[in-house]
Every structure is written in C-alpha cells, then in structure tokens.
Design a protein around this ligand. Structure first.
Ligand SMILES: [Zn+2]
Ligand SMILES: [Zn+2]
Ligand SMILES: [Zn+2]
Length: 373
C-alpha cells in the first residue's frame, strides 16, 4: 500500500511517517515539487533538505512527477510505502485513483503546533516566531488562494487529530489505529452493504428518523428501501403523515402512522421469490417489531444492523425463536480520529514533524526564524 500524509506546519506528518518506517517496515518515497515552492512552506516542509531519517539510499525513491511515482509503486504495491509530498490537487487526484492508496490528514491545535515549532527552533539556537507570526504563516499555508493545503486535507480518507505531547503516546495511539490495515483501502462486504444502507437512509422523507435498508442475496443487492410515505402521497417531511408531524414520541401511535419502514419497502420491492432462503438484510437501525415479523415471514436468513432501536431485546427474541440470525455491525467511524484518546504520555518531548534535532529545514527561511545573537 501507499500512504500519503498531509497536514499543517508541525502537525506531525514526519513523526507518523517515521513511525511507519520504524514499526511497519514502510519505505519513504518522495515526489519532487513541479511548481515553485510557495515561500510560506520554506520553513515548514521538507522541500529543501531531505528529512534526517532518509538514508542516502533513499534517493532511489525520489520521483520527478506523480506518474513515475505511481508507475513504480504499482509494480510494488504489496510493499509498504509512505510519502509526505502531497503537494496539490493534481497529486491527490492521481493518487486517489489507485486502490492501494490511502490519504491521511494530520492536524493539531495551532498553539500545540506553535509550541512544537518553537521547540524545533530552540534546539538549533534559532529565535522562534511570535504566536501571531506563526498564525499568519499558518493561515497562508492552509488558506492562500490557489496554494492553500486545507482543501486537500478534506479529501483524506482518514483524518487524525494529533495533539499528543509525547512520541510514546503518539506511537501507542498509532499502534491502536493500525494504519497498515488494508481494510481501509477496500471495505469488507459488511461495511460495503452497511454503507449502501446508510446511503439509502439519506433518501428518507420521514420526519422521525432516517432509516435505510439493503437486501442482499449471494453478495448481490436485490433491493433497497428507506422510510417515508407511500408513493403518490405527500412526503412525510412535507406534512404527509400527521402522526410523524406531531410531537408523538418514537414508537408511540405507530398504528396511525402512514410511513412505510425501510425494511418494509425493501421487502415489498424484492418479493418472497427473489429473497429465497439465503438473503441477508442490512439495516442502519435494528428492525422494529412489526418489521421483524415480516422479515421472519418472508424468509430472510440473517439481519445485520448498525444502531440499536428501542425494542432490540424483543426483536432479538422474535428472531431467536424463528431462527433468523441477528448481529450488529458498526462500520469504522468516519470523521476526525483523536489520537490523544485519553492517552497522555506526559512531557517526554514534542511530537512535531521529524525527530528532535531535525531542524535543518527551519534554517532555510531566515525571514521567519532568525538566529539568536
Ligand atoms: Zn414519517
Ligand atoms: Zn408517520
Ligand atoms: Zn420497522
């Protein structure tokens, strides 16, 4: 696989890359920058000086453009590669087309990154910037029209919040995260079908709850459903169901509700003949009692749900008695993953980009960081 790490100044890209090299035998791979380096990055990237952890042999893994880099990795995709050279949209477009590529963004509070930057300056006897100077530099780095990197971070498949204050706690968090897990590159069947059920839920028009459902037979989708009023009737969200548009609590007055449930819609769409004896029903919410009896009657063999509903125990009892397997599957959480996660390793040193002593890139920008006199 190939992992691309992108992030702000001192967010921790190089620390994470080093971890992958040391703990998981990844190799660093570099991409030359084709456009001129914006001045804002001159103190904040490894553009000018190779990172300290690169050995002279690593020069063979430096590529003039993203196409040649991809050609190289495509032939060696079973090996593990990591790069921090995520320069722009074009690079991200090219990399994300490949099934072996994972884009990871790393972020940290600006005060934490400033502290890391100051630590780095201090270790090479340089005067650190003021917080204001750092913030302005950071804003330009992330938000400058045309070159700002923030927009790239949004495309990351995995987003990390690295506010940890020590290398050991960062490493512990990364170990728990298991970055080389290639399930992130390609979803399992459960994850794939549950995501389809979630997608169906986005079409829900019921005022009470978004529910989506997918019925699968031998790994093929045979029908999908979401909840809402029947065809030809006003959508629930436009007043179509009087019960759902009142303050009735979940599960109350269900007999007066005009909305079909996602499972009902999917069952009606598929029909008993197509469902057969081996179909699995994926639903983002555990089925209610009336859906459970219909699921049982039509011959579904297994129900996989993500979130619980208020009658899970009774639903489980119905399925247990009728021989329908029931299990919960929750896809990996999306959004920001907080690496600090309660792990606080104390004051063992900053977790910046690069190791302590890796300060040569700071020297590249004398306007920003002046030597102490
Ligand atoms: Zn409704
Ligand atoms: Zn209703
Ligand atoms: Zn239901």
């Amino acid at each position: 696989m190939l992992i691309g790490l992108c992030g702000g100044i001192c967010a921790g890209k190089s620390s994470i890359a080093s971890y992958l090299v040391e703990e998981h035998q990844f190799k660093r791979i570099q991409l030359a920058r084709t456009a001129a380096t914006p001045s804002v990055e001159k103190s904040a990237s490894n553009v000018h000086v190779p990172p300290a952890e690169l050995s002279p042999n690593d020069a063979q893994y430096t590529f003039p453009n993203v196409d040649s880099l991809l050609e190289f990795v495509t032939l060696r995709w079973r090996e593990n590669w990591v790069t921090t050279d995520i320069w722009d949209d074009k690079v991200v477009d090219a990399l994300l087309r490949r099934p072996f590529f994972l884009l990871v963004s790393v972020d940290a509070p600006v005060s934490v990154r400033w502290q890391r930057f100051k630590d780095r300056c201090a270790s090479s006897q340089l005067t650190p910037p003021s917080l204001e100077a750092f913030v302005l530099r950071n804003d330009e780095h992330l938000f400058a029209p045309g070159t700002g990197l923030q927009i790239l971070f949004e495309r990351a498949q995995l987003k990390l919040l690295n506010s940890t204050t020590s290398i050991p706690s960062l490493h512990a968090a990364l170990a728990a995260l298991n970055l080389p897990n290639d399930a992130r590159l390609r979803p399992s069947w459960d994850q794939y079908f549950m995501q389809l059920a979630d997608l169906a839920a986005h079409r829900s028009n019921c005022m009470k709850r978004r529910v989506g459902c997918v019925i699968v037979r031998e790994k093929r989708v045979i029908s999908t459903g979401y909840n809402g009023t029947p065809r030809g009737m006003t959508n629930c969200s436009e007043g179509g169901c009087p019960r759902c548009n009142t303050a009735a609590k979940g599960g109350v007055d269900l007999s007066t509700c005009l909305c079909l449930h996602a499972e009902e819609n999917a069952l009606l769409e598929a029909g008993r003949d197509r469902i057969g004896a081996t179909s699995i029903l994926y639903c983002n919410t555990c089925p209610c009692l009336t859906c459970s009896v219909k699921i049982t009657q039509v011959g579904i063999s297994e129900v996989v749900y993500n979130q619980g509903y208020m009658v899970d125990t009774q639903t489980a009892r119905i399925f247990a008695e009728s021989g329908v397997r029931l299990r919960q599957f929750s896809p990996p959480r999306e959004g920001l993953v907080d690496l600090s996660g309660g792990l606080d390793g104390g004051e063992d040193g900053g977790v910046g980009e690069g190791k302590v002593g890796d300060v040569r890139e700071v020297l590249g920008d004398e306007e920003f960081v002046r030597p102490v006199r």
